[in-house]
Design a protein around this ligand. Structure first.
Ligand code: FES
Length: 102
């Protein structure tokens, strides 16, 4: 287990939107699906594209470069051209701030 690090205020992450943050020397993408928040690495496992620039549809983030899709809940690669899952990070929301474990 890592350390809980504050990355963003919940108000900066509108419902059904994705935002980017830096923590622990990593680029993180944060997703809000309804009232739930999820975090993954921001850089796609297929090429050098940022998932924060992609399109979030329910629990699926679509990469802006070749339209690969990941499930933001578990990082699973859902379709071609992806062959590798993406790393996820534990998230908690406290007093209106979003923390990830890193
Ligand atoms: Fe993301 Fe190719 S870089 S699908």
């Amino acid at each position: 287990p890592g350390q809980w690090t504050r990355v963003i205020a919940l108000t900066e992450l509108p419902a059904d939107d994705v935002a980017a943050a830096h923590a622990g020397g990593r680029e993180i993408a944060l997703y809000r699906v309804g009232n739930d928040v999820y975090a993954t690495d921001n850089i796609c496992t297929h090429g050098h594209a940022r998932l924060c620039d992609g399109f979030l549809d329910g629990h699926e983030i679509e990469c802006p470069l070749h339209q690969g899709k990941f499930d933001v809940r578990n990082g699973r690669a859902l379709c071609e051209p992806l062959t590798e899952d993406i790393a996820t990070l534990a998230v908690k929301v406290e007093n209106g701030d979003v923390f990830i474990e890193i």
